[in-house]
Design a protein around this ligand. Sequence first.
Ligand SMILES: Cc1ncc(COP(=O)(O)O)c(C=O)c1O
Length: 418
Amino acid sequence: MAADQEINAGDIKKDFPIFKIKMSGKPIVYLDSAATSQKPKQVIDSIVKFYSEYNANIHRGIYDIAERATDEYTNSKGKLAKLIGAKSIRNIVYVRNTTEAINLVALSWGNANIEKGDHILISDMEHHSNLVPWQLLAKRKGAVLDYIKLDKSSEKLDMDSFKENLENDPKMVAVTQASNVLGTINDVKYITKEAKKHGSVVLVDGAQSAPHMPVDVQSIGCDFFALSAHKMLGPTGIGALYGTEEILNSMEPLFGGGDMISAVTRQTHSWNSLPWKFEAGTSNIEGGIAFGAAIDYLNSIGMEKIRRHEEKLTKHALESLENVKNIEVYGPKKDEINIKSGVVSFGIKGVHPHDVAQIFNNEGIAIRAGHHCAMPLVTEVLRQGAVSRMSFYLYNDEDDIDKAVAAIDEVKRIFKLE
Ligand SMILES: Cc1ncc(COP(=O)(O)O)c(C=O)c1O
């Protein structure tokens, strides 16, 4: 695809076998990529190829297929490092997912650095993954967990609240780059810059940003960045923690065992170099390799182009919903598309989001309904029990959105709403 061309979602869909299936007897319309993305055949094939052609353990054998497996796994880290602007693979620790990446930081860095009375600062728009590990750490250590509030619109972080909280000199500031409910894109570069003035360590939750837009961890300046492969065309069970060498070198591994050591005696051991000291035991080799194939696929399109495509889809969705009666749309609107990702959450007056999702299912459309693992945001800030959410990716087109808007009409017809 030439660099100046727009994404042709119809062509892209052909690479994804799932789009051949039907749901409720209709071609599937998949609008739940914020939960997990679909996988192109290139990624699926890479798993089959690994098991059929070079299945062997990594970092052990010196025979051809073992060396190939090691190379492919290591190359995948190189691809990820390049994708997110990390200096080298030493910055890339493979884990199971974003949740594990953040827990690794809270347990390893947190246990060593957080003391009684210290402040940890997160925000009111965090996913439970970037909330519960800090609650657990605060409880273990007697630390204080503070929250950056949302502004009056309940769409964005309130920068006054951020600045006020910084006065406590939080040891850790952990925020999401993009909200999985509101779609808000936070200015994590600015947040990092300000937090650093107060000596904070900064973790960015990149689960909803890395799959959808160009990311440059060095330009952001954060100490840690967490992401999941399954949300960016890769398989489940693999994700990454980016950390600066300085901070990763200062941390103890969470798990001991094979591969994470350089030498062991009866009483002592020394750690392997980065990033391997954090990867004890046999890795998710197929996952790492398939993640590499997913990054190749994303690069073949280009992250800028993916972001532009999603902006276009999101704008179309927001415009289509603008004049629909009895519907509330959460998060930034079309005039702030520059800070809005491809996530559109909404509520239909008097209709439970689970009923909405069920009616969408009858139309062959997959959306998510619930608290989206962000209960403080959904229940305390938005004051909803649950919300419905559509989320877009490179394989969606305006037709998918038009079908979703028609499904909203169907919900309103069934519930006799205007
Ligand atoms: C913003 C955000 N952070 C973290 C996560 C957790 O990702 P995982 O379940 O892959 O660990 C999600 C998942 O939806 C998310 O949206």
